[in-house]
Design a protein around this ligand. Structure first.
Ligand code: SAM
Length: 290
């Protein structure tokens, strides 16, 4: 995250219609400027969280207004990169929502077992915790050798961290608990080596991972996949962008391919709702049927 201690309380409530209108124009100009100068398109992100993140950056960059942030971003690439990092909300954890991973083991792994070769795409993988969780699960199920895991994100700082496979040791207590709740049966510490305040996950887990920058708002499909994970990413998008991404996923999934969304996300009310059947409605696991 960017530096600065601003909190939700620092997001001003516009006092009049004029102020609210001014803020809307400033946000639109900021997003337009970023898009035209740097090619990153945040114009279809959901406004409430975008607004909060922008104000967070206003405070962290020591400027007074969104227009002030626009000026700094236009003239200072480092400022732009800090803003992208802040807007990307790179919050994640290993075996996040353990019940999802447990259900995946029970309902999807048996399907994958029948395939000669497995391609999985983690779109919006952040710093990689979800990707290492998948590698561990596939390894335990004897499927890792015939799998390729494609891990993408628009945020290159997060991807660089993901490639290293180094995580904070203080997170291991939670991750071990998640792992066990997800159906893991080994000692979780088998998978990493601790050094000072960090742990390094064993390189064999990285063997079949491919990391790449990919922006869901602007980039196209790049392969055909048996499984796509995209969790806690589209929650930050508006309906226009959500539909774009669902089209991308639909085109990228093989016949009977599996789509996994986050706990607060759903295929319902999207243009592709009828193209999938639920494999598990509670855990947001869907299978492409037409
Ligand atoms: C909250 S994290 C979710 C990480 C992981 N999927 C999980 O559920 O734990 C959201 C991630 O989506 C990425 N993201 C946001 N907008 C994106 C876009 N347009 N294209 C690709 N990744 C995006 C962010 O950079 C961030 O790493």
């Amino acid at each position: 995250m960017t530096s600065g201690n601003s909190s939700e309380n620092d997001v001003p409530s516009p006092r009049s219609i004029d102020e609210s209108e001014r803020e809307t124009i400033e946000i639109e100009l900021l997003l337009e400027g970023i898009h035209r100068l740097y090619g990153y398109d945040f114009r279809n992100y959901a406004l409430p969280s975008l607004r909060r993140r922008i104000w967070h950056s206003v405070h962290a960059e020591n400027v007074n207004t969104i227009s002030g942030l626009l000026e700094k971003v236009m003239h200072d690439r480092d400022c732009f990169e800090r803003l992208v990092y802040n807007l990307s909300i790179p919050v994640t954890e290993m075996f996040r929502d353990p019940e999802l991973f447990r259900t995946f083991r029970q309902k999807v792994i048996p399907i994958l077992r029948t395939y000669p070769y497995i391609r999985i795409w983690h779109a919006g993988c952040s710093t990689g915790e979800e990707v290492y969780s998948m590698a561990i699960m596939l390894h335990e199920e004897g499927l890792y050798e015939k799998s390729r895991i494609y891990a993408t994100d628009m945020n290159d700082r997060s991807l660089a961290q993901a490639k290293e496979g180094i995580f904070n040791i203080q997170r291991m207590q939670l991750y071990t608990k998640n792992y066990l709740e997800s159906g893991g049966t080994r000692s979780f510490s088998e998978y990493y080596t601790a050094k000072y305040n960090s742990v390094l996950f064993h390189p064999f887990l990285r063997k079949n991972m491919i990391f790449a920058e990919h922006n869901l708002a602007t980039d196209r499909s790049f392969n055909e996949f048996n499984v796509i994970f995209c969790r806690n990413v589209m929650i930050y998008f508006n309906n226009t962008l959500r539909n774009r991404v669902h089209e991308l996923f639909y085109e990228s999934l093989s016949c009977f391919g599996v789509l996994v969304l986050g706990s607060k996300e759903s295929i319902q009310f999207t243009a592709f709702a009828d193209s999938y059947e639920p494999l598990d409605t509670t855990e947001k696991i869907y299978r492409k049927i037409k």
